[in-house]
Design a protein around this ligand. Sequence first.
Ligand code: MN
Length: 454
Amino acid sequence: MRPSALNTSFTGGGPLAEQDLRAFLTKLERLGELKHYRRPVSARYEIARLIQQHDGGPALRFSRVQGHEFEVVANLCSSRARIALALGIKEGQFITRVTQALRRLGELRLTKRPPIHESTEENPNLKRLPILTHFERDGGPYITAGIVIAKDLQGRYNASFHRLMLLSRRRLAIRLVPRHLHQMYSEAERNDKPLEVAVALGLHPAVSMAAATSPPYGVNELRLAASLLGGRLEVAKCKTVDLVVPARAELVLEGHLLPHERVKEGPFCDILGLYDSVRLEPVLEVSCLTSRSNALYQALLPGGLEHQLLMGMPQEPKLFEALNRVVEVKGVHLTPGGCCWLHAVISIVKRSPGDGRRAIRAAFRAHPSLKHVVVVDEDVEIHNPREVEWAIATRLRADQGLICFTDSKGSSLDPTKRRGSWAKLGVDATKDLRAPQRFQRARIPAPKKGGGCT
Ligand code: MN
């Protein structure tokens, strides 16, 4: 990777006792970024609606959920600023921080009397949990903020987000996209064995962010979390399965993915705010629920900004690295209007006429779900939509700067699929190198040292 101009001094990490959701909530409360609902609210639609009303806003805590003893927290990572706060970085340092953490994973430290074992219940009734029903056509109540921890026959760990639809007191349907956990499940199923899993809920945002990142198979995302938290993460041995989980999680469901059984899962409103179709997916049978005293149940609104940021932001370091091999890239932004998934704005230091096009092609290769990409020069602030539009207004010539791709691979969630493929558009809004002065942005000189305005 080329040396980059990004700032690399971090203040993240901190003492181990602060590696949990509670410490983060206390911090948010101090900053006036936590809104507390003390009136009774319903887990069926009402909480989802309140989260939606606060999209991009404060974190939320619901102390009285009708028919459930657990409190609900939500909207924790609903802005880039909040995520930066959680990771102890400035907003512009995200890509560098994650890249660095991936190169140097942290350690897991086994702890004897973990908070997560303050309460243990074998054969629990899942209906006691305030599992939210979010949208009108959803197939049922869904756990959406759980990270599923598992290991393969060689002992290699994986931690990743999976939505879980409540089926009955002890069973959940789990959506397995064809990635790492799917691979582990298939391996177990080929041997006619159930796959042991633990679902951890109520985590420090650094743990959630790590689980949302997709490093290569075999890289333990919990060790990435440890690195993001300053080098170490406390873990605890589960009670009924041979796995470790974050010791300071609020709730953990231990259980098995059953082999040779599929159930209907869905519909489910996903990241684009559209319903994903009904599929046949595996079943998770829960054997044990462990929790902290007065455990907080963490909710996450599908299609909300928090969901989009958690899913999209980890793609930015990946795109940055891929782009850096072909152009001098300055920044990558998966924009909220594109659900942090389908749209990117990329800034480059243009050195040769083909750099814009090279960046467009590299971006589509690195993140196949990407559908529209705009490339701008380094003087354009990519997190500001007005700036990006200014670049399109003043630097794009539509008969030269647009590249359209047909018969492309796209996101399975994007409903514009026709005959098995999608179409993509790249917009090269970089300046023409033959006449740079025509594209130069006018600047007002800064006042001279010692002098004021005249
Ligand atoms: Mn993985």
